[in-house]
Design a binder for this molecule. Structure first.
Ligand SMILES: Nc1ncnc2c1ncn2[C@@H]1O[C@H](COP(=O)(O)OP(=O)(O)OP(=O)(O)O)[C@@H](O)[C@H]1O
Ligand SMILES: O=C(O)[C@H](O)COP(=O)(O)O
Length: 399
């Protein structure tokens, strides 16, 4: 039995005339109010269209950023227009997730209409998977469709709890992600090289402990690498670094040694004193970072070494950029490694899979996303899937 048939999908759902709560991942990169990469929006359009075309009333649920309660700067209001322009039809917005305002907005929907509710994380009960919050959400719909593979590693009210309250189905993006990742990576050709970088150090660091048992080479970059460098006693100055997690980093290095996984850490870096595009910068060995400097990208020796290790791999999996790629020239390492991975993929010697909101944005910025074997919308969820962990949002959809 294929993985896809383990779930109820839209093929099993009778949506006509029904209020369909659709969990999507709209946690897209935004700069100065503009969506800088719309991959995650594009990915959920087929599900929204299919439900609307079949006469369902689409009620979109999504989070944006990591607010701790209401935070106007993280409202989904501007995202409704971004979805509407790509969908080619209006998307109403309700400035509430539950309660009378949300209920009135849902009640106004006609068959085929689309509504986006406010950021689910504005209610702190969302992340606790609180039963009362789940019940309040469930009251807004007749059916539940989860199309947010990128958030499936979170057991939150809108990603997990709802699946136990309403008839639940996998959306088309969810279905495609599960099928494509299984096809590409269930029996990967070795050596497998993983690149893990980015900024979500605390939520991704621990899972590296399991990942080292699955891959042959682990390249650690971005903010993630700084915690390892600090754990090795290096002064990382003002760099993004979770000093509290240095012990975890050392345990991961020990575990890697025990299982024979090669760890690649940066040997040099681009450092600057300001976090901004074109900030004055220099190349520094990682043990010569000054107290007022920040590591904002990997340096040239590191890039050369990473590409050399990549050439020995048959499979690469990648989540998290090497540097603050939104701010040139701190995109240099990410772009160079992305181009090398694309060239090796084109030449037929490498299977390349990358995932994550900003990682996909970085590959698009490098102009190579289309040359990777597969690009997932998911970052953290992709890494947990790679670890072999059951994803709560996916498990809850099993028949
Ligand atoms: N050295 C660094 N210092 C500061 N920020 C960095 C550094 N390296 C990378 N980053 C930042 O990391 C961010 C991306 O990290 P993140 O872990 O969110 O990846 P992602 O692909 O979006 O994954 P997910 O989908 O799980 O969020 C980018 O915004 C980038 O600027
Ligand atoms: O960007 C992501 O990886 C998902 O949207 C999940 O976001 P989170 O890490 O804040 O839960």
């Amino acid at each position: 039995m294929g993985e896809e048939s383990a779930f109820r999908t839209l093929d099993d759902a009778d949506v006509a005339g029904k209020r369909v709560l659709v969990r999507v991942d709209l946690n897209v990169p935004v700069d100065a109010g503009k969506v800088t990469d719309d991959t995650r929006i594009q990915a959920v359009l087929p599900t929204i269209r299919e439900i609307a075309d079949k006469g369902g009333r689409v009620v979109l649920l999504a989070h944006f950023g990591r607010p701790k309660g209401e935070d106007p700067a993280l409202s989904l209001a501007p995202i409704a227009g971004e979805v509407a322009s790509r969908l080619g039809k209006p998307v109403a917005f309700a400035p509430a997730t539950i309660g009378p305002v949300a209920e009135a907005a849902v009640a106004k929907l006609n068959d085929g209409d689309v509504l986006l509710l406010e950021n689910t994380r504005f209610d702190t009960r969302e992340e606790k998977n609180d039963p009362d919050f789940v019940a309040a959400l469930a009251g807004l719909g007749d059916l539940y469709v989860n199309d947010a593979f990128a958030t499936a590693h979170r057991a939150h009210a809108s990603t997990e709890g709802l699946a136990h309250k309403l008839p639940a189905f996998a959306g088309r993006c969810m279905q495609e992600e599960i099928e494509a990742l299984a096809k590409a990576l269930e029996k990967p050709q070795r050596p497998v090289l993983a690149v893990v970088g980015g900024a979500k150090v605390s939520s991704k660091l621990e899972l590296l402990g399991n990942l080292v048992a699955k891959v042959d080479i682990l390249v650690i970059g971005g903010g993630m690498a700084n915690t390892f460098l600090a754990a090795q006693g290096k002064d990382v100055g003002k760099s993004l670094c979770e000093h509290d997690l240095k012990g975890t980093a050392l345990e991961i290095l020990d575990k890697a040694k025990a299982v024979g996984c090669e760890i690649v850490l940066p040997s040099d870096a681009l450092v600057a004193t300001e976090f901004k595009a074109h900030a004055p910068h220099r190349v520094a060995p990682v043990d010569e970072v000054k107290p007022d400097e920040m590591i904002l990208d990997a340096g040239p020796a590191t890039i050369t070494h990473v590409i050399a290790r990549l050439r020995t791999a048959k499979t690469v999996v990648w989540n998290g950029p090497f540097g603050a790629f939104e701010l040139p020239p701190f995109d240099t390492a990410t772009v160079a490694v992305a181009v090398a991975a694309a060239e090796l993929t084109d030449a037929g010697g490498l299977l390349s899979v990358a995932g994550g909101g900003d990682t996909v944005a970085a590959l698009n910025h490098a102009g190579v996303a289309g040359r990777f074997t597969y690009v997932s919308t998911a970052g953290g969820a992709f890494l947990e899937w790679l670890e072999g962990k059951a994803l709560p949002g996916v498990e809850a959809l099993r028949r």
